[in-house]
Every structure is written in C-alpha cells, then in structure tokens.
Design a protein around this ligand. Structure first.
Ligand code: HEC
Ligand code: HEC
Ligand code: HEC
Length: 134
C-alpha cells in the first residue's frame, strides 16, 4: 500500500487553497462597488431641510436599534409618537414614516444591506414601498 502520494496531495492542496480563497476573491469583487444609498425621493426633494429623524451619523449607526425601540414602544406600550433630539415629532411607523421618505427601498435600504449581506426579515409582514423596477 502506498501511503505517500505527492501528486494527489499537491492537487488536493491546490483545490483546497482555491476553495478557501474563493470567498475572499468573491467579496473583493463586491467591495469595489461601494454602497451609495440615494436620498433623492419625491418626499425628500420637497423638504426644505433634508434631514432624517435624527442626524445622519446617528441614523447610519443606530437605525436598527431605533426601529427595535419603535416597535417595542408601539407593540408593548401603545406609544406611537417619537420626539427627536431636536423636538420634531414622528409617528413611530416603519411603513408610514421611514418608508414615506425613503420610498426607494431598493436604492436606499437594500443598497447597504446587500453590500453588508444583511437581510432584514421585516418585509415578510411590513409592506415595502411600491417602486418601479430599474
Ligand atoms: C422626513 C423624512 C425622513 C424620515 C421620516 C426618515 N428619513 Fe432617513 N433620511 C432622510 C434624509 C433626508 C436623509 C439624508 C440626511 C443627510 O444627508 O444628512 C436620511 C438619512 C438616513 C440614513 C443614513 C443614510 C446614509 O447615507 O448614511 C439612514 C440609515 C436612514 N435615513 C434611515 C431611516 C430610517 C430607518 C427611518 C425610520 C426610522 C428614517 N430614515 C426616517 C429622511 C428621512
Ligand atoms: C448606510 C447604509 C444603510 C442604510 C441606508 C440602511 N441600512 Fe439598515 N443596516 C445597515 C447595516 C450595516 C446593518 C447591519 C448592522 C449590524 O449587523 O450591526 C443594518 C441592519 C438593519 C436592520 C437589522 C437587521 C438585522 O437582521 O439585524 C434593520 C431592521 C434595518 N437595517 C432596516 C433598514 C431600513 C428599513 C432601511 C431603509 C429605510 C435601512 N435599514 C437603510 C446599513 C444601512
Ligand atoms: C411576523 C410579522 C412581523 C415581522 C416579521 C416584523 N413585524 Fe413589525 N410589526 C408587526 C405587527 C403585527 C405590528 C403591529 C402593527 C401596529 O400595531 O400598528 C408591527 C409593528 C412594528 C412597528 C411599529 C408600528 C409600525 O407601523 O411600524 C415597527 C417600527 C416595526 N414593527 C418594525 C419592524 C422591523 C424593523 C422588523 C424587521 C426587523 C419587523 N417589524 C418585522 C409584524 C411584524
């Protein structure tokens, strides 16, 4: 019985290294296309001051937590009004508030989420805005 077969081991190694490198190469290709979320929706275009519920940096880092808090607030406590740091008031609704301004889910939410490979399951129940395929 032959225990050592250099040729097979080498071939095995090449295949292994190829498979191990694949996700990195694949992601490197994707990383080239930086996410570019668009905020040029009809509702936002009408705004005098183009601002989110809270400052942009806060939203970028904290929108998941904010949505969680909103849901808990509405579902558990029946509280529906969010008062921002600047005192502006917002109905705590994913569909009626966030998606009213960000009606371009594909070019906004999905733009980042696809890049980060996160797939919020919210749209199983909540209605995503209707948009034209482009
Ligand atoms: C009144 C309209 C309006 C509402 C309501 C609104 N947004 Fe925004 N949002 C904006 C605008 C305008 C910007 C861009 C702000 C800027 O450039 O300073 C923005 C920015 C953001 C950003 C940062 C994008 C980036 O490029 O970094 C995120 C994330 C975001 N919004 C998520 C949400 C979520 C989630 C909700 C609901 C909880 C929401 N927004 C509600 C108008 C809105
Ligand atoms: C600037 C990029 C960006 C934009 C724009 C953005 N998101 Fe996100 N979102 C992220 C990132 C990054 C995560 C993952 C964060 C993490 O895992 O800590 C995330 C996570 C989430 C989560 C939690 C998902 C989970 O499974 O944990 C929800 C809910 C969510 N986003 C909703 C929205 C909605 C709704 C919009 C559009 C109104 C939106 N996001 C726009 C970057 C973005
Ligand atoms: C299994 C179905 C289901 C899923 C999945 C789901 N929700 Fe909800 N959500 C509901 C229901 C039902 C309510 C209660 C509606 C009401 O009382 O107005 C609600 C309420 C909310 C509210 C407050 C009211 C409103 O109109 O928006 C927010 C915010 C919210 N959900 C966010 C989210 C987010 C963010 C996700 C994904 C991370 C998510 N939900 C996933 C069913 C769901």
């Amino acid at each position: 019985m032959k225990i050592y077969d250099g040729g097979k081991i080498l071939l095995g190694l090449i295949v292994f290294v190829g498979l191990a490198a694949f996700p990195f190469l694949y992601n490197a290709g994707k990383a080239a296309a930086k996410p570019d979320p668009k905020t040029d929706t009809p509702v936002i275009q009408e705004m005098a001051e183009k601002k989110c519920v809270e400052p942009k940096e806060f939203m970028r880092a904290g929108h998941m937590q904010m949505l969680n808090n909103w849901r808990d607030s509405v579902v558990r406590d029946g509280m529906r009004v969010y008062v921002s740091n600047t005192g502006s008031r917002h109905d705590m609704s994913l569909q009626n508030t966030c998606m009213n301004c960000h009606s371009n889910k594909k070019k906004f939410c999905d733009e980042c989420h696809n890049y980060m490979a996160v797939k919020p399951y919210c749209w199983d129940c909540h209605i995503a805005p209707k948009e034209k395929e482009s």
